[in-house]
Design a binder for this molecule. Structure first.
Ligand SMILES: Nc1ncnc2c1ncn2[C@@H]1O[C@H](COP(=O)(O)OP(=O)(O)OP(=O)(O)O)[C@@H](O)[C@H]1O
Ligand SMILES: [Mg+2]
Length: 225
C-alpha cells in the first residue's frame, strides 16, 4: 500500500467575525503534501496565508473540513493531543519570529529541546551545529534582541529545525534576508528535506525563491490555485 501524504487538507474553511462583518478567509482549501516536498504559498497581504499556516499547524481551528497528518485525522483531537502532535512533528517559523530577546542565540535554538527534556550536552552540541549551518557561530552568545533582523530570522529557522520535525511551516522566513542568506536558507532546507524527508510549506513574497521550490501555490479568494 502506498504511504499516506505527510499532510492533507480537504475543504478547510475558516471565517472571522468582527462586529457586523464576517470575512471568509479560507474557503474549501485543498492541499496534499508529500514527504520531502517543498511548497511555496504566495498571495496578497490579507489573503489569509498566516491563517492557513496556523490552521495547518493546528495552532488555530478551521470551522469545517478535514486535516490529516500521515493519514491520521486531526480535527476533533483534544488540545493536549494537538500540542503533543505539534511538539513531535512540526517546526514553526512565525511571521514575527517570536524569539526570546533576553536569551542568547544558542539558548533560543535550544529552547524546544529544553521543553522536551533533552539531555543538555547533546542538545547544546546539536544547537551549535545548527548555529554553524546558519553561519552564526560568532553570534552564539549574543542575546537575540541584539541581533539584526536577518540574523534573528536565521536563529528562528534553526530553532524550528532542531527537533528534526517532519514538517516545517514557515511564514515569510526570508523577509529580512539578503539574497545570499536567502539562498543559504533554501540550500539548508533542501539538504534537510533530502536527508531526513522534511516537508516544507513556506509563505513568501520572494517569487524567485518560490519558483525554486517544488510547487508554488497562490492563495486567492480563500482557496489555493
Ligand atoms: N483574529 C482575527 N480576527 C479577525 N480577523 C482576522 C484575525 N486574524 C486575521 N484576520 C483577518 O483575516 C485576513 C487574513 O489575515 P492573514 O493574517 O491570514 O493574512 P496574510 O495573507 O498572512 O497577510 P500578510 O501577507 O499581510 O501577512 C485579514 O483580512 C485579517 O484582517
Ligand atoms: Mg501573514
Amino acid at each position: 500500500m502506498s504511504k499516506p501524504p505527510r499532510l492533507q487538507a480537504d475543504q478547510l474553511s475558516k471565517s472571522y467575525t468582527s462586529g457586523p462583518f464576517t470575512i471568509q478567509v479560507l474557503n474549501q482549501v485543498h492541499l496534499s503534501l508529500q514527504p520531502r516536498e517543498m511548497v511555496a504559498i504566495v498571495g496578497a497581504s490579507g489573503a489569509g496565508k498566516t491563517t492557513l499556516l496556523q490552521v495547518l499547524g493546528t495552532l488555530d481551528q478551521a470551522d469545517s473540513g478535514s486535516l490529516t497528518f500521515e493519514g491520521k485525522e486531526l480535527s476533533g483531537k483534544s488540545e493536549r493531543e494537538l500540542a503533543a502532535h505539534r511538539n513531535s512533528n512540526i517546526g514553526f517559523i512565525f511571521q514575527f519570529h517570536h524569539l526570546l530577546p533576553e536569551f542568547t542565540a544558542l539558548e533560543n535554538i535550544m529552547m524546544p529541546g529544553l521543553i522536551h527534556g533533552m539531555e543538555h550536552g547533546r542538545l547544546e552540541a546539536r544547537a551549535q551545529e545548527f548555529l554553524h549551518r546558519i553561519q552564526l557561530d560568532h553570534r552564539s552568545h549574543h542575546r537575540s534582541g541584539e541581533l539584526s533582523g536577518g540574523e534573528q530570522q536565521r536563529v528562528a529557522l534553526a530553532r524550528a529545525l532542531i527537533m528534526e520535525p517532519a514538517l516545517l511551516l514557515a511564514d515569510e522566513p526570508t523577509g529580512n534576508l539578503d539574497s545570499t542568506s536567502g539562498k543559504m536558507v533554501f540550500s539548508l532546507l533542501r539538504e534537510l528535506s533530502d536527508a531526513m524527508g522534511l516537508s516544507v510549506i513556506m509563505v513568501t513574497h520572494n517569487l524567485q525563491l518560490a519558483r525554486r521550490l517544488d510547487r508554488c501555490l497562490t492563495l486567492a479568494d480563500g482557496s489555493l490555485k
